[in-house]
Design a protein around this ligand. Structure first.
Ligand code: C2E
Ligand code: MG
Ligand code: MG
Length: 671
């Protein structure tokens, strides 16, 4: 039973290994045409030597039929060897070959045996040679199809041995024995070769499997790294492209614009009034606003226009103006206006409605921009102009801004190299009591006269110094000087000193201010610090803490330029302020402007309710003085009373007032 199983296994094509069948088919299909070639030439040669002696049908008809079969099959296999086939097909072809081989072998043997009676000794020897050489050739060619090779061997060798043994011819018997032994050796070689082939194929398959696994791993790694790259370029809150993505896209977009002569626009959007939302409603509300803004902006994204979040409440757009939907500058501005309009629509946060607006700066290449970064800086400058001059609007970087930017760069450069302690001085503008008209305080105002640029307004250089971290130095320098000057003032008016947001943002800076005040010869109660609404909005918690520290020292605190920023009454309530300075835009022609009149009136009501001193800034005309007095303002400041004065003139003003007061007193008392 076991023997039968083994023989069966040897004589059939294994069907449990499709890969092996495929490999067998590939190797085998190249050899089968050669097999038919060997059979054909051997047969024709044997038929040739028997032409004269054997019958017509045996040397002409049968070889002709065989020749046709061999040629057709041979050509068929040449075609097969070029085909890409699957394992199932390969298996089928191997089976059919296995089935076809025995009849061909039997017929060939029968044919050659049939020739024996017609031949002489030489011709019989040729028959022996035919069988031997054919069997060796066939075994070689069928190396990869073990079953077929074994069947051919037995089907040829057995009749060959019998026929030759029966011939009684010693030479033929020796040839048969020899052939039998050689065949045994050939079979041994065939078996080893087949087993090597099987193993080699298995190794090849293992290698292929390893390669496939490696390939899969590589693919997995690639997917992972693609995902990482995607996440690295995505803003986690709003799910739109982030700052990093913006700058890498900007560089490539700029290079493309330059190379292909296309126009490229950068839009930078910044929200106005976002900080108060964060402060009043909390950070999660702030996050919702940012997500909503990103969603609204995304509706403007399309082919050639991509949206990014640069960080905080700043967003950016990259617009290919010569892309699919080409646009001119007018269309670009209209797009910007539509964007600003969409941002100003109310946003629902839970049950509350919040309002923010967006300002936008645009720069267009090739009008401006030497590289991507340069173009971005110009868009950012245009945004800065929009925020300063016309919030919730679009500003395209133009010649006026180019000039202003040039000037800003110039001031930056000179400021960096300046000897600040020598070049920056102070002027003191009197703050007068509304009723008595006497100077109750002086506001210290920085004055910079650069040897290169001449006088530069603080409105110009203070923001630059803030941007470049030089403001703390300026504050320290000027505060020490102002404290020294104020200590010598007669009548002890207070010193009002402007602080920048940066002075309040870091506790270390506040401690330095406290130390300067403490080591001066002037009582903290005589010092008033002015802070703007922007300083509070910058970081409300920190600003409130800093204000408390200064108040605890005894200093007073004014909210400067009230009404121009975003602070709400809510903020004013929360802070321990002592004064409010009404911005000069509300004072300007208050006698002619009912709106300003109403605003100032309500601010004054607020001040009196909260026990705050109200100071009107920028008073220039008598009519303004009259209205402000009538409304009940506590103190006033402006060119009407005095421009900012150098220390000597400020001191002289105080002397004069003292003298006048002395004279008045003498008049009253009659001394
Ligand atoms: P501010 O604190 O609101 O100062 C008042 C500004 O109004 C001053 O401008 C002053 O010269 C000007 N002014 C006063 N009266 C009138 C008037 O009747 N009409 C008009 N049109 N203007 C008047 P200045 O000196 O150019 O200062 C501009 C701003 O620069 C200041 O506004 C303040 O925010 C800032 N600043 C000035 N000095 C310093 C400083 O030492 N430190 C800080 N951080 N900021 C300063
Ligand atoms: Mg001020
Ligand atoms: Mg002011």
């Amino acid at each position: 039973m076991k023997l039968f199983q083994s023989v069966k296994r040897l004589l059939t094509v294994p069907n449990d290994n499709p890969e092996l069948a495929l490999a067998q088919f590939k190797a085998f299909s190249k050899q089968v045409p050669l097999l038919y070639f060997i059979l054909l030439t051997n047969m024709l040669s044997l038929a040739g030597t028997h032409q004269q002696s054997a019958p017509f049908w045996l040397v002409k008809v049968v070889p002709a039929v065989f020749a046709v079969i061999f040629i057709v099959r041979g050509i068929g296999w040449i075609r097969e060897s070029r085909k890409t086939v699957d394992a199932a097909y390969a298996y089928r072809r191997l089976i059919s070959t296995n089935l076809l081989v025995p009849p061909i072998a039997i017929m060939s043997v029968a044919w050659s045996v049939a020739l024996i009676p017609y031949g002489n000794d030489y011709q019989r020897a040729h028959v022996a040679f035919f069988m031997s050489i054919t069997v060796i050739g066939v075994i070689f060619c069928l190396m990869h199809l073990r079953s077929a090779a074994l069947m051919v061997t037995f089907l040829v060798i057995l009749p060959f041995a019998i026929v030759m043994g029966l011939s009684g011819e010693p030479t033929l018997i020796a040839t048969a024995v020899n052939m039998f032994l050689v065949s045994l050796a050939m079979i041994a070689i065939l078996m080893r070769h087949y087993s090597d082939f099987t193993k080699l194929n298995e190794q090849r398959l293992t290698l292929l499997a390893q390669q496939a696994a490696l390939h899969d791993k590589n693919r997995e790694m690639q997917l992972l790294s693609d995902e990482n790259l995607r996440l690295a370029n995505l803003d986690s809150l709003t799910q739109i492209a982030n700052r990093r993505s913006f700058f890498s896209n900007l560089t490539s977009a700029f290079e493309r614009a330059r190379a292909e002569n296309r126009r490229l626009a950068i839009g930078v959007v910044d929200l106005d009034g976002f900080k108060p939302v964060n402060d009043l409603y909390g950070h999660s509300a702030g996050d919702k606003v940012l997500i909503e803004v990103a969603d609204r902006l995304s509706t403007f994204g399309r082919a050639g226009c991509s949206i990014f979040r640069l960080g905080g409440d700043e967003f950016a757009l990259l617009i290919d103006m010569d892309g699919k939907a080409a646009m001119d500058e007018k269309a670009l501005v209209e797009l910007g206006q539509r964007i600003c309009a969409s941002l100003s629509l109310p946003i629902m946060i839970g049950n509350s409605v919040v309002h923010v607006t967006g300002s936008m700066g645009i720069a267009v290449y090739p009008d401006v921009g030497l590289n991507g970064q340069d173009l971005y800086e110009r868009a950012d400058y245009a945004l800065y102009s929009a925020k300063r001059e016309n919030r919730a609007s679009v500003v395209v970087f133009n010649a006026r801004q180019a000039k202003a930017l040039f000037r800003q760069r110039q001031v930056e450069e000179v400021l960096f190299a300046a000897d600040l302690s020598r070049e920056i001085t102070l002027a003191y503008q009197p703050i007068v009591d509304a009723r008595s008209g006497r100077t109750v305080g002086f506001e210290a105002l920085a004055r910079w006269t650069s040897p290169v640029l001449g006088p530069v307004s603080p409105a110009e250089f203070i923001p630059i110094a803030e941007q470049h971290g030089r403001i703390n130095l300026i504050t320290r320098l000027l505060l020490t000087r102002a404290l020294k000057d104020a200590a010598s003032w007669r009548g002890e008016p207070y010193l009002s000193f402007n602080l920048s947001p940066h002075d309040l943002a870091v506790e270390e800076n506040v401690l330095r201010i406290i130390s300067a005040v403490s080591s001066s010869d002037i009582a903290p109660e005589r010092i008033n610090f002015e802070i703007t609404e922007t300083a509070i909005m910058h970081d409300f918690e920190q600003a409130a803490h800093s204000i408390e520290l200064l108040r605890a020292l005894g200093c007073q605190m004014s909210l400067d330029d009230f009404g121009t920023g975003y602070s709400s009454l809510n903020h004013v309530h929360k802070l321990p302020l002592s004064k409010i300075k009404i911005d000069r835009s509300f004072v300007d022609r208050i006698d002619e402007r009912p709106a300003s009149y109403k605003i100032v009136k309500s601010v004054l009501t607020l001040c009196s309710e909260m026990g705050l001193t109200a100071i009107a800034e920028g008073v220039e005309r008598e009519e303004e003085v009259r209205v402000l007095k009538q409304l009940g303002v506590n103190a006033m400041q402006g060119y009407y009373f005095s421009t900012p004065l150098v220390q000597d003139l400020a001191a002289a003003r105080l002397e004069r007032e003292q003298a006048d007061a002395g004279a008045a007193m003498a008049l009253v008392t009659g001394e």
